[in-house]
Ligand binder design. Structure first.
Ligand code: BES
Ligand code: ZN
Length: 430
């Protein structure tokens, strides 16, 4: 059905989503049902949580992350949840005093060292391996340094394909321009790998046509270490006699970028997760609630992918919605956009149960208007979408200038934005 909103907008939503039980149809006001949640939400609580968490960076794998995760777990416990600190291992790029030397004919080409390249030193002949497409790498690269052109497949695949043929080093050259600072390896691709400019690469390829060329390749200070990161999981089971058999999830990521206090990204999301957990902690429910804060989001959504990988098929099938809050409290985000810049992003750009529920909740709560949706990944809603679970990211657009900088601090947080977003997600979840 369609609900006609005061602004004249027609919002397509299922009536069951838009109203609490026993409520007059098409009401734009908060119901008694909504009020059970929204009246209890405190922006001051959220603000205080952010102030506490953003005292230091919470970079994945560091003591700062663990400290934050333990605090979050302690709060969930206080609110009566069954909690778990779920550790997982991840490969962390190490770059300390990185240096690369590529000597050919007594001259150093001053190469760029791949992110994650293995440190090591080899002196060997150079063999042209083309673009190192799978199945085209010559056997001659065995024990040699492979010269590889950028393009058509990923850096990771190029390195993998030449390692499989026994290469002991990689010189990648650019396919355009004058830059040499490209390339990224994968853990396990343990040979030195560097990049040179297109001009240097094509010159070397020409040289190889007229006879063998020997190179000395040395990389120091670059590689991988295994780190430990954590997800924090809180569960509340429904009343046994009144159980829909379904699970609703609310998430945020607690890790920050290195050197960034991550007040908005994403202590803000964590603060709303904790506040909603507090408010819903002692309410009668008929559906399991799961609040999760993920680690290593900034390393590539590692925590949420890990969490998703631990779900059995039956468990994943029970999860009917995942609400992800990431960067929900910046004073300086959102511009003049409608809904104060709040937007819900789905992976496929289509509306789903989460966006329907929350858009309708926007009308009934402090925001007073429907929340728009759009298409974007870049956060922990991705793995849930991949499992077929309706999921959306709640964020303000356009972004604040402090994103991923040391200036992402508590003084940039707006209590009103926190309140609005928590009310919307809270009312939608409830
Ligand atoms: N909070 C951001 C996601 C984000 C940023 C969404 C800006 C929309 C606009 C998140 O923490 C992040 O920085 N994600 C990474 C991607 C991830 C896969 C490492 C990003 O967007 O670079
Ligand atoms: Zn984030």
């Amino acid at each position: 059905m369609s609900v006609l909103l005061t602004a004249g907008l027609v919002l397509s939503v299922n009536a069951a989503y838009a109203q609490g039980p026993g409520e007059a149809p098409n009401s734009n006001a908060a119901s008694a049902f909504d009020n059970k949640i929204i009246k209890k939400i405190s922006a001051d609580n959220m603000y205080n949580t952010i102030a506490l968490l953003s005292k230091e960076p919470r970079t994945a794998g560091t003591p700062g992350e663990l400290k934050g995760a333990q605090y979050i777990k302690g709060q969930f416990e206080k609110y009566g949840y069954e909690t778990e600190l779920q550790p997982f291992a991840f490969y962390d790029v190490v770059r300390t005093n990185v240096s690369g030397v590529l000597e050919i004919g007594g001259q150093d080409l001053k190469p760029y060292v791949f992110s994650g390249s293995f440190s090591g030193e080899v002196t060997a002949e150079v063999v042209n391996a083309g673009k190192a497409i799978l199945g085209t790498v010559p056997d001659a690269v065995k024990g040699k340094i492979a010269l590889v052109e950028r393009g058509d497949n990923t850096f990771v695949d190029k390195v993998k394909n030449v390692i499989e043929k026994g290469a002991v080093g990689v010189i990648l050259y650019n396919n355009t321009g004058t830059a040499n600072n490209v390339g990224v390896a994968d853990p396990g691709q343990n040979i030195p790998a560097v990049t040179v400019t297109r001009a240097q690469g094509t010159t070397l390829a020409e040289q190889l046509k007229s006879g063998p060329v020997t190179a000395h390749l040395k990389v120091t200070g670059s590689g991988y270490k295994v780190g430990t990161s954590y997800n924090v999981i809180a569960k509340m089971k429904p009343n046994k006699n009144k159980d829909t058999g379904q699970i609703v999830m609310v998430g945020a990521h607690h890790d920050s970028v290195p050197g960034g206090p991550g007040a908005n990204d994403d202590a803000s999301g964590v603060s709303a997760v904790l506040e909603l957990a507090r408010v819903m902690g002692n309410m009668p429910i008929d559906t399991e609630l799961r609040f999760v804060t993920f680690g290593s989001e900034e390393k590539g959504l590692l925590g949420s992918y890990h969490y998703a990988s631990t779900l059995s098929d039956t468990e994943a099938d029970k999860i009917v919605a995942h609400f992800q809050m990431d960067m929900i409290g910046s004073k300086d985000a959102g511009g003049d956009n409608k809904a104060n810049g709040l937007i819900m992003y789905t992976i496929d750009g289509k509306k789903n149960l989460v966006t329907d529920l929350a858009s309708a909740a926007g009308v009934r709560t402090a925001m007073g208007e429907a929340v728009p949706y759009g298409q974007l990944g870049r956060s922990d809603h991705q793995p849930f979408h991949e499992l077929g679970i309706p999921a959306a990211l709640f964020i303000h657009s356009p972004l604040e200038p402090w994103y991923h900088t040391p200036a992402d601090t508590i003084d940039k947080i707006d209590k009103n934005k926190l309140q609005e977003t928590a009310e919307i997600v809270g009312a939608a979840v409830y």
